[in-house]
Design a protein around this ligand. Structure first.
Ligand SMILES: *Cc1c(COP(=O)(O)O)cnc(C)c1O
Length: 299
């Protein structure tokens, strides 16, 4: 079994050809290199949850996700690495066997499919109490690792960021990672969030209460580059990913980081980033999600 190893994280400069501006530097923080499955921001959001589960004497994990969820596969992999049984509550029909579901199953996750209707109750205390009883009191992690332990774990991503960057860019799902970074980054760095879904910018209101008071790192979220919505893609996005790989030798994931990097390239062309900017883009992993498009990708 592969070991979860944060020392594999590196910062890789992007090719000036791709950046297209001599007065701006762009680099990528490769959190995708930590582990083949337990990678990216998902590992950071899980680590304190797992510590807590073990300290408090829980014997199994339970979490939530869709049939393509990076969070489910990362949880399955981490649980396997720690020898903890785990249960996945999946939004979807029994028998929707995506590559992600197969991988979760192969790593030992017990999968329970529930209807979209029931899944909407995933944060409802009565519903959770029912699951706790049904599954013998597991340690429960919300969808996407979006809890306090997840936010604190995400703060540790900042430990990997050296001084001197003017902008840090990260893609946004629940926004847990963005909040962790916002709470940990030094003043003066601009934090730019890229939401890969329609209406993602509205997350700002939900996230604000989790921002630590007394410090004002400037941050924003754009949803300009959603390519039709969450999980949707276009041929243009796929060829962008292929070109990005050819020039920079970095595989992007189709759900999150590809849309972010596409947006950043547009912003570079439009003059959004001032001369002298030093931009660090966070590769949040999620490469398992490319399995469903592998025949169209050159990596
Ligand atoms: C889950 C995920 C995100 C979103 O992270 P949040 O903390 O939920 O905002 C970003 N990128 C990748 C690759 C992911 O798998």
């Amino acid at each position: 079994m592969d070991i979860i190893d944060e020392s594999r994280v590196v910062i890789q400069s992007l090719s000036p050809t791709w950046v297209g501006r001599e007065d701006i530097e762009v680099a990528m923080l490769r959190l995708d290199l930590i582990h083949p499955v337990v990678q990216g921001n998902k590992w950071y959001k899980l680590r304190y949850n797992i510590d807590k589960a073990l300290e408090e004497g829980y014997t199994r994990l339970l979490t939530f996700g869709g049939v393509y969820s990076n969070h489910l596969s990362a949880t399955a992999g981490a649980a396997q690495a720690y020898g903890l049984p785990c249960i996945g509550i999946v939004r979807g029909d029994e028998g929707t066997i995506t590559p992600t579901m197969r991988q979760c199953h192969d790593m030992g996750m017990e999968l329970y499919f529930i209807s979209r209707q029931d899944y909407k109750r995933k944060n409802d205390p009565d519903f959770l109490a029912g699951l706790a009883e049904q599954f013998d009191q597991p340690y429960m992690i919300p969808e996407g690792g979006a809890n306090e332990a997840g936010r604190l774990g995400a703060e540790r991503i900042e430990w990997e960021i050296p001084e001197g960057y003017t902008h840090v860019c990260v893609s946004v799902g629940t926004g847990t990672t963005l909040v962790g970074l916002r709470n940990a980054l030094p003043l003066g760095v601009r934090l730019c969030g890229y939401a890969p879904m329609k209406q993602g910018a509205y997350l700002e209101h939900e996230l604000r209460p989790h921002m630590r008071q007394g410090k004002d790192v400037s941050w924003s979220i754009t949803d300009n580059w959603h390519f039709g919505g969450f999980g949707k893609s276009t041929d243009e996005l796929l060829s962008f990913m292929n070109e990005f790989y050819t020039i920079n030798h970095i595989p992007l994931d189709i759900i999150y980081t590809a849309k972010m990097m596409y947006g950043i390239q547009q912003q570079l062309r439009e003059g959004y980033f001032p001369a002298g900017s030093r931009i660090l883009c966070i590769h949040t992993g999620g490469l398992q999600g490319n399995a469903s498009a592998s025949e169209k990708l050159n990596f």
